[in-house]
Each structure stands twice: as C-alpha cells, then as structure tokens.
Design a protein around this ligand. Structure first.
Ligand code: ADP
Length: 300
C-alpha cells in the first residue's frame, strides 16, 4: 500500500451559517451550525486516505481531542504520532458563512502551536520514495525540520506553503514538489498577485525558486506544473457545478501525494489531483466532499 506521512494541523471547525456577515459591533443570529474536523494537516491526510494510501499523521490535539481522533481513525488515518497537548485545546477554526458563500474565519491554533521539533518521530519517510506532505499551519521550525529530515531519509517531500509566509532557501532546496496557490506563489516570489493561467505561466517561467518542481493551483482554471528545465504545462480543470470550494486545495495536495506515492510521474499525479479537487468543490464542506478512489476512477 502506498505510504504517506502528513505533518500538520488539526482543527475543530465550528461553522456558522448566517444571512449576512456581522459588521463590527453587530450580533447576528445563525441559521445553522455544524462542527467538523478540519485543519490542513487533517484534511490532506483524509484526502489521501480516501484514495487508498496508508497515511500517518504527525500532529497535536488538545485534551478535548478524543472525538477528533475517532473521526480520523474512522477515515483510516494512522494516529500513532498524534500527540496530546495537556495544556492546550485542540485548534479551533471559527467559520462564518453568508448566503452568498462569502466567509470570515478566525483560527485559534491551540495545540497546533505546541507541536515542536522534538515531537517529530525519528522516521518521517520510512521507505525511500515515501511521500512526506507538510503545510504552514504549524511552526516554521517544525516545517523546516520535517522537510529536511524527510529529504535526508529519501522521501519525496511535498510542501503546500499555505497560509503564505516566507520559507528559508535551504528548506525550499529540500522540497521536491512545492504546491502553492496563486496568492502563495506571489507571496513567495515577493511579487503582486496575478490571475489566470497565462499570467501564472509568465510568473512561473521567470521564477527562481530553488525547489524541485512547482505545481500552482489555479482554482477553476486547474493547475500549472513547472519541472526544472521544461516549459510550464497547464492542466485545465473539468467544468463542474462548484458549490463550495472550501477544502479544494487540501484535496488537491492529498490526491497529489497519493498518486506520487503510487509511483505516478508528476504530470499524471497533478492531473489526478485536479480531477479529485474539482470533484470536491461539487459538494459542501471540506472533508465531507472529498472523493473516494472509486468516484475518481469512474470520471469520464
Ligand atoms: P486553494 O483552495 O488552496 O486556494 P484553489 O482554489 O487553487 O486552491 O483550488 C485547488 C484546486 O481545486 C484547483 O486546482 C482545481 O482542481 C479545483 N477547483 C477549485 N475551484 C474550482 C472550480 N470552481 N471548478 C473546478 N475545479 C476547481
């Protein structure tokens, strides 16, 4: 079974739906409320597990994390390296969504901020070629240590630099595949954000990033792959009825890791990730709309 280690965040997502987002000082009544499991680490782990990979998560939850462990265990995610932070609560994302789908989100990192370099298991990539997937919702030194250790152990290192923040050149140099969206790419390059595949291609062709390949996600426009020494390749997304794009990027990263762990080359893996993420936007919620392998395989 293909193996993936995800190092990242776990959150309780508290999602309130409202007519209109409250203005400063205003109180509004919610039309509905749901609580679910979120956080980029947990989301990407679930996305990959649903596609059939054996996924280990390295993370921290709070003493209130038992219900979250149960949800992730039911998804088949290996939780042996998920530690409990005794003095911090599980991270919380308080999400308010209005009738037009516009949202505001406040995140309390909680236990995610307590995850330390010492918490990383000695193994990250147990077998050469194993994929190690990391995002930016844990401390920068934890990301750096995870990336460098995984690389040392012969893993294929995938970094999703979300949310945007600077990455040290020596860390980038140890990344095999960087997966930013357009905003994160512009932030890394210190340029103004661009939109659309043509502008993204121009930005990427001129970019000097010391990492291996770059896969930029472009929302409804799909993704753009840039491998060293080759021109950028655009992978359009299938036209779908997009209902909720929350979790699209996480589905993309999980599906990319799953395909790479199965030995797919980068263009094939990115094409599968585009299809998986595009399916995910046709349903509500982050994890609830992530596809299973059978759904992806039956797409025309
Ligand atoms: P993020 O959510 O991280 O900003 P994107 O918005 O770029 O990421 O979306 C990630 C992927 O999700 C895209 O590469 C694409 O495959 C899929 N996707 C997102 N929005 C749409 C859409 N409206 N229609 C089809 N696919 C979409």
């Amino acid at each position: 079974m293909p193996s993936i280690t995800v190092v990242g965040s776990v959150n309780r997502d508290l999602v309130l739906t409202v007519e209109d987002l409250p203005r400063p000082g205003e109180t509004v009544l919610a039309r509905g409320f749901v609580e679910g499991v979120g956080g980029k680490g947990a989301n990407q782990a679930v996305a990959a597990a649903r596609l059939g990979s054996r996924v280990r998560l390295v993370a921290r939850v709070g003493a209130d994390g038992e219900p979250i462990r149960r949800v992730l265990a039911a998804e088949g995610v290996d939780l042996d390296a998920v530690l409990t932070a005794p003095d911090a609560g599980t991270g919380i994302a308080s999400v308010v969504v209005d009738r037009a789908g516009e949202n505001t989100i406040v995140v309390n990192p909680g236990a995610n901020a307590v995850l330390s370099v010492e918490d990383l298991p000695q193994w990250l990539a147990r077998t050469p070629g194993e994929v190690v997937l990391v995002q930016h919702e844990v401390a920068a030194e934890v990301v750096a240590a995870a990336v460098l250790r995984a690389r040392e152990q012969g893993g294929t290192v995938v970094l999703n630099p979300a949310p945007a923040r600077p990455v040290a050149a020596e860390v980038l140099a140890a990344v095999d595949v960087l997966v930013p969206n357009l905003g994160e790419l512009a932030a890394l390059l210190g340029t103004a954000p661009v939109t659309g595949p043509a502008a993204a291609r121009e930005l990427l062709e001129g970019a000097e990033l010391p990492c291996g390949a770059v896969v930029v996600t472009l929302g409804a426009d799909g993704a753009l792959i840039k491998q060293p020494g080759r021109p950028a390749v655009h992978l359009p997304a299938p036209a779908v009825d997009a209902v909720d794009t929350v979790g699209a990027g996480d589905t993309f990263c999980g599906a990319l890791a799953d395909a790479l762990a199965r030995g797919a080359d980068l263009p094939a893996a990115a094409a599968r990730a585009v299809r998986a993420a595009s399916l995910a936007v046709t349903g509500l919620g982050a994890q609830s709309s992530m596809p299973y392998a059978a759904q992806l395989d039956t797409l025309p």
